[in-house]
Design a protein around this ligand. Sequence first.
Ligand code: THU
Length: 127
Amino acid sequence: MYKHKSADKKKLFLLAKKVQKNAYAAYSNFYVGAAAQAEDGSIFVGCNVENAAYGVTQCAERAAISALIAAGKKKVIALAVVGSVPDFLTPCGACRQWLREFMLPQAPIYLCNDAGVQKTSSIAELL
Ligand code: THU
């Protein structure tokens, strides 16, 4: 858990990129990192964790949200997700459903590649 008084887009990207390195992607070799900011400014990170039973793989976004909820926070006010893709990564359907539960419709979702934030979206837009 990382604390910032005024976490911004850049910090969320950098933290997502940092945790991306810890991904366990033994089956896809696709590393993903996510950083979720709570209402009080604290930031929680997650990476994808795969399994031989691929269906129970945990996505980075859901890992970050789980950490935020486990810490007693209630809402995600901003989220960054980064994958090694040319343009930007968008959350999968299951993650979109999770984001729908914990984010306001217009709250920023920063879609990133290795170079930085490439697009700012929202759960309203993604759904
Ligand atoms: N993955 C994520 O963690 N988040 C996304 O938004 C897209 C996909 C993971 C799941 C799996 O471990 C790997 O990336 C390939 O799909």
